[in-house]
Design a protein around this ligand. Structure first.
Ligand code: HEM
Ligand SMILES: *[C@@H]1O[C@H](CO)[C@@H](O)[C@H](O)[C@H]1NC(C)=O
Ligand SMILES: *[C@@H]1O[C@H](CO)[C@@H](O)[C@H](O)[C@H]1NC(C)=O
Ligand SMILES: *[C@@H]1O[C@H](CO)[C@@H](O)[C@H](O)[C@H]1NC(C)=O
Ligand SMILES: *[C@@H]1O[C@H](CO)[C@@H](O)[C@H](O)[C@H]1NC(C)=O
Ligand SMILES: CC(=O)N[C@H]1CO[C@H](CO)[C@@H](O)[C@@H]1O
Length: 346
């Protein structure tokens, strides 16, 4: 186990060195990963659309729109990051989360855990722009993946991870598939690990990707049980720091309303940083699922290591590439939707 952590650290330092050598700021293509493959047999690659859209850089077109939007509405960064996660965990990163319900179907959008997902209008806008300049080429699934990266990267004015492209759009979206695939805010470590493993993501990915909760907000009812009635006797979760529980009760007073919002990272929810782990390690993790990362020794050790922002950024980049490859549809499968909200009619 100790060896695993060490490998993680050494690997991180190596990659940090690598990034420093290749990171060229605003160039949407610069990261030294050109043409690589990700995952087993997954054939996404860097700059997949190069040469397919004339002089248009798809990466730059997406980034320009996302950065403009996030500059005006910083809270969008978290929305777009979460959108990509929810897309990938249900039927793979295939844009299925974008499909609107029809008269006789309910789609992923309709399912409970997804109800508060947003950012769809930005994806529509990017798609319209790309369709006007390069029709029928760029998938909605790739737009979601690029937008998530760009949303987080705005704060840094450079790409925080490479986005391999070439995903095709799926034709199926079912509300009924969301519940089992997306972990619940109340999930324990065993369940979280199993749900990540079902996506070929490992323990390190689980701890690292949970760090996404360094930005964004939650609706109060999702944390209320932890604050007010954890074991059914009107108590708070004993694993939650008491002072922090008190702070959260003030922000989320009873009776709960779904419109009351609470920042998940106590001190810096507007900033993508490693404070999530600092808070977590002080027993100020927000959800039961966050606190659960301290209930396993290996996971707790990684949480400690990820307090270092440089290590966190490197590991997050690596895990986002892995998440972005989950069950993707590639050549010969799926389609390139014309409108992200509906499957093409044939
Ligand atoms: C490990 C299992 C996870 C659980 C149980 C979980 C659960 C949740 C819940 C319940 C919310 C609050 C939603 C709301 O009230 O609107 C939330 C927010 C969020 N989640 Fe997760 N999540 C997990 C993993 C992830 C991952 C892997 C990512 C991205 C890589 C992510 C990104 C986010 C972001 C950015 C927000 C804030 C959204 C906003 O500000 O609107 N989460 N998560
Ligand atoms: C939805 O309804 C239409 C019209 O009533 C019908 O033709 C179609 O087969 C239905 N689709 C599904 C998936 O049930
Ligand atoms: C974790 O949660 C699952 C599902 O709720 C449950 O079956 C299991 O017993 C729990 N495991 C532990 C160690 O609490
Ligand atoms: C607390 O939980 C118990 C057991 O689930 C339930 O019977 C009780 O109504 C809850 N109390 C409040 C105030 O929600
Ligand atoms: C948040 O800030 C307060 C005051 O600066 C500090 O005492 C506390 O340790 C910080 N908490 C975290 C989790 O960083
Ligand atoms: C994670 C999450 O948002 N879970 C909620 C999903 O929706 C159901 C109701 O439809 C809630 O009970 C869950 O808390």
């Amino acid at each position: 186990m100790r060896k695993g952590i060490l490998v993680l650290l050494v690997a991180s330092i190596l990659v940090v060195g690598c990034m420093a050598g290749n990171g060229n700021g605003n160039d949407g293509n610069g990261n030294g990963h050109g043409g690589g493959h990700v995952g087993d047999g997954v054939t996404l690659k860097m700059n997949y659309y190069e040469e397919q859209c004339g002089s248009l850089s798809v990466e730059k077109a997406v980034r320009d729109i996302v950065w403009t939007k996030v500059a005006v509405t910083p809270s969008l960064a978290a929305k777009l990051l979460r959108l990509h996660y929810h897309d990938c965990f249900v039927r793979g990163c295939d844009g299925s989360i974008l499909l609107d319900p029809t008269q006789n179907t309910t789609t992923e959008k309709n399912a409970g855990p997804n109800r508060s997902v947003s950012g769809y209008e930005i994806i529509d806008e990017i798609k319209e722009e790309l369709e006007s300049k390069c029709p029928g080429i760029v998938s909605c699934a790739d737009i979601v993946a690029l937008a998530a990266r760009d949303a987080v990267s705005f704060q840094f004015k450079k790409d925080m991870w490479p986005v391999f492209t070439g995903r095709k759009d799926g034709k199926i979206s079912l509300a009924s598939e969301v519940g089992n695939n997306l972990p619940s805010a109340n999930a324990n470590f065993t369940t979280l690990l199993a749900q990540f493993a079902a996506k070929k993501l490992d323990l390190n990915d689980l701890v690292t990707l949970s760090g996404a909760h360094t930005i964004g907000i939650s609706h109060c009812p999702l944390v209320a049980r932890r604050l007010y009635n954890f074991t059914g006797i009107g108590d708070a979760d004993p694993s939650l720091d008491m002072t922090y529980a008190q702070t959260l009760r003030k922000i989320c007073p009873n009776p709960q309303t779904f419109t009351t919002l609470v920042e998940m990272d106590p001190n810096s929810s507007g900033s993508f940083d490693s404070n999530y782990y600092r808070a977590l390690n002080q027993h100020k993790g927000f959800f039961v699922s966050d606190a659960a990362l301290l209930t396993n020794q290996q996971s707790a050790t990684i949480s400690k290591v990820l307090e270092n922002p440089l290590v966190f950024f490197v590991e997050f980049a690596r895990s986002m590439v892995r998440m972005g490859a989950v069950d993707v549809l590639t050549d010969g499968q799926g389609e390139i939707r014309k409108i992200c909200r509906v499957v093409n009619s044939h």
